[in-house]
Design a protein around this ligand. Structure first.
Ligand SMILES: [Mg+2]
Length: 226
């Protein structure tokens, strides 16, 4: 057996999740700081996280304003200054990227592989992510739940993203996400899937190991016979 014979044909486009793949998870210190800013009882970060996540899907899907979301988390309406403080700290938890993943995506993009971001994110964070250099450099398009009005794993989220790739056959598109339920929903629509578990080598294998059919237009120097 040779490595060439084992190499699967690479997908023609990628739909990729943000947090947990490109974006790094918040640190414990970040959660503690946000809980402190929310004036949560000291040492009760776990219960703060429960309150944080309970209304998050509604927030991510655009159904709650910043004020309405934080009112649900806190149990009362924060003032304008407090709301901005909370939103800024919340946003800061989700904007750190993994350089190893970005490097692989840059190399994949350089081969001409189209990539579309599909992220569950509230409106403010969506705008921040959309303004980053990596978003504009790497992504042909970026779809955010707050703008779509629905979250993964709703099937329509994947259908919008597939349309954005410009490819009609889902079997030619690879969906990457760190959540298994999101991958399962994508697979049910016929997309190829990679359940990302934090190993950049898995991404490299899928995105950089081009098969014979797709390597010629991008990798062979012009004027050579190779
Ligand atoms: Mg994720």
């Amino acid at each position: 057996m040779t490595s060439t014979s084992l190499t699967p044909t690479r997908a023609d486009a990628v739909i990729i999740d943000y947090n947990g793949v490109l974006g790094r998870q918040p640190t414990s210190a970040m959660w503690t700081r946000l809980a402190d800013l929310a004036e949560w009882p000291s040492g009760q970060v776990a219960s703060f996280q429960d309150a944080f996540w309970a209304p998050r899907e509604a927030y991510d899907s655009g159904g709650l304003s910043d004020l309405a979301y934080w009112a649900k988390v806190l149990g009362h309406h924060p003032g304008a200054w407090w709301l901005r403080t909370l939103r800024t700290a919340d946003t800061a938890m989700w904007i750190r990227t993994d350089d190893r993943v970005l490097d692989i995506l840059r190399r994949a993009r350089a081969t001409g592989l189209p990539m579309v971001l599909l992220s569950n994110a509230p409106a403010y964070l969506s705008n921040v992510l959309d303004a980053t250099g990596w978003r504009r450099e790497l992504m042909a398009d970026a779809l955010y739940s707050a703008r779509l009005g629905l979250c993964k794993p709703h099937p329509a989220a994947y259908e919008h993203a597939l349309t954005a790739t410009g490819i009609t056959d889902p079997g030619r598109v690879l969906f990457i996400d760190d959540r298994e339920d999101n991958c399962q929903a994508a697979a049910e629509l016929g997309l190829r899937t990679l359940h990302y578990t934090g190993q950049p080598a898995d991404l490299a294998e899928q995105l950089l190991s081009v098969g014979p059919a797709s390597v010629r237009p991008t990798a062979a120097p012009r004027g050579t016979s190779r």
